[in-house]
Structure formats: C-alpha cells, structure tokens
Ligand binder design. Structure first.
Ligand SMILES: [Zn+2]
Length: 61
C-alpha cells in the first residue's frame, strides 16, 4: 500500500490507522500574526498514539 509516516516527535512509525488516534475536540488553534489561524478544531485529527502529537488532519473519506 502506501505511505508510512514517522512521527517527528517520538519516531514512531505510523503504518496504519491502528497506529493513530483520532481526535475530534482537540483545540489546537494557534493564532497567527496576520489574524488567521490554523484550523485544527472541529476536524478529525490524526494523533500519534505514542506522544499524542497531531500529525495531520483527516482528509480521506
Ligand atoms: Zn509520536
């Protein structure tokens, strides 16, 4: 299959959804200087199971 991902935080290899947690309510909104912000809230997040680092936002349906 396809892509494997390595967590930059703890080095865990992410090979499948089994290696991830998903979060729906993680408030990771970081205001930027220009007034915009990274929209992590209200989306399905991929979180590293090891360290809970957000690795991305789910786009596949
Ligand atoms: Zn990790």
């Amino acid at each position: 299959m396809g892509d494997t991902l390595t967590c930059p935080e703890c080095g865990a290899e992410i090979e499948s959804m089994d290696d991830l947690e998903t979060g729906h309510e993680v408030a990771e909104v970081e205001p930027q200087d220009d007034g915009s912000f990274n929209l992590f809230e209200n989306k399905d997040l991929f979180l590293c199971k090891g360290c809970k680092r957000p690795l991305g936002v789910k786009k596949l349906q």
